[in-house]
Design a protein around this ligand. Structure first.
Ligand code: ADP
Length: 263
């Protein structure tokens, strides 16, 4: 499975990546972590990246693309990977597309974690407090002034990727402000809206089912007109407006299930 997690700093990409890594037996490729490791090791890339990162700007595309190209060729990435923090610009996304198609690979999904900018400051403040409590070194860019620049960099340079991947029909959006477990469940739902399980399956509460149905509508609406799925002639109009590769098409199943559960 090959995934991308998209979202501003503090959106929860790292938290969700760790869980997906365990669940799918894939590796998390965080360009931020790779760059911090390069800075710590004082490699030529690290020397180039150090000041750029410390002031909250993005490192040059060519540097980051080269790191990722090298990393996804490693044996542990063969089963799949989650890209966390990459791509961050449209040229990076184009480079990734080229990279993958040259290897005969494709993306299974791009998950957007939608979060209001104003809660990100609290989240990063928490992350800093927790790191301090554990006696860990703090990140040079985890302070309010720099965070503002990182959020702005996301808005200007990275957010356009939402449209980019929506256009490819691989985007699924989830509410990143919900509790962690709920975000996790929504991601799972977008990635693998499991076929109805036979008897014995735990009932989903009405609230959860409803939220999923709403999220599904959002995903379906967002993918409107970009579908690459199989013939939808016999399906209702809303369903046929789904994103490709089944992201919305599968979500539709949830809608049906929801309805029947409500009786
Ligand atoms: P965040 O929590 O802000 O999302 P990351 O750990 O992903 O942080 O990245 C930290 C910094 O590393 C970024 O602000 C940027 O300077 C650099 N960086 C990470 N990934 C990329 C990338 N794909 N392109 C350019 N710069 C990057």
């Amino acid at each position: 499975m090959r995934l991308i997690l998209l979202g501003p700093p503090g959106a929860g990409k790292g938290t969700q990546s760790q869980r997906l890594v365990k669940k799918h037996g894939i590796v998390q490729l965080s360009t931020g972590e790779m760059l911090r490791a390069a800075v710590a090791a004082g490699t030529p890339i690290g020397q180039r990246a150090k000041d750029i990162m410390a002031c909250g700007e993005l490192c040059p595309d060519d540097v980051v693309v080269a790191i990722v190209a090298d990393r996804i060729d490693q044996p542990d990435a063969k089963r799949g990977f989650i890209l966390d923090g990459f791509p961050r610009t449209v040229p990076q996304a184009v480079a990734l597309d080229r990279m993958l198609s040259a290897k005969g690979m494709k993306l299974d999904g791009v998950i957007e974690l939608k979060v209001d900018a104003n809660i990100l400051y609290d989240r990063i403040a928490n992350r800093v407090a927790e790191a301090k409590a554990r006696g860990e070194a703090l990140r040079a860019d985890d302070n309010p002034d720099i965070l503002r620049k990182r959020i702005e960099a996301y808005r200007v340079q990275t957010a356009p990727l939402v449209d980019y991947y929506r256009g490819q029909g691989v985007l699924g959006s989830v509410n990143g402000m919900a509790p962690i477990a709920e975000v996790a469940a929504d991601i799972d739902q977008v990635l693998d809206p499991a076929p109805a399980k036979p008897a014995g399956k735990k009932a989903v509460s009405k609230t959860v089912a409803l939220k999923r149905a709403v999220a599904t509508k959002v995903v379906a609406a967002k993918g409107a007109g970009t579908g690459r799925q199989k013939s939808t002639a016999a399906r209702p109009a809303r369903a046929s407006a789904g994103a490709g590769r089944g992201v919305a098409a599968r979500g539709k199943t949830t809608l049906r299930k929801t309805k029947s559960r409500r009786g």
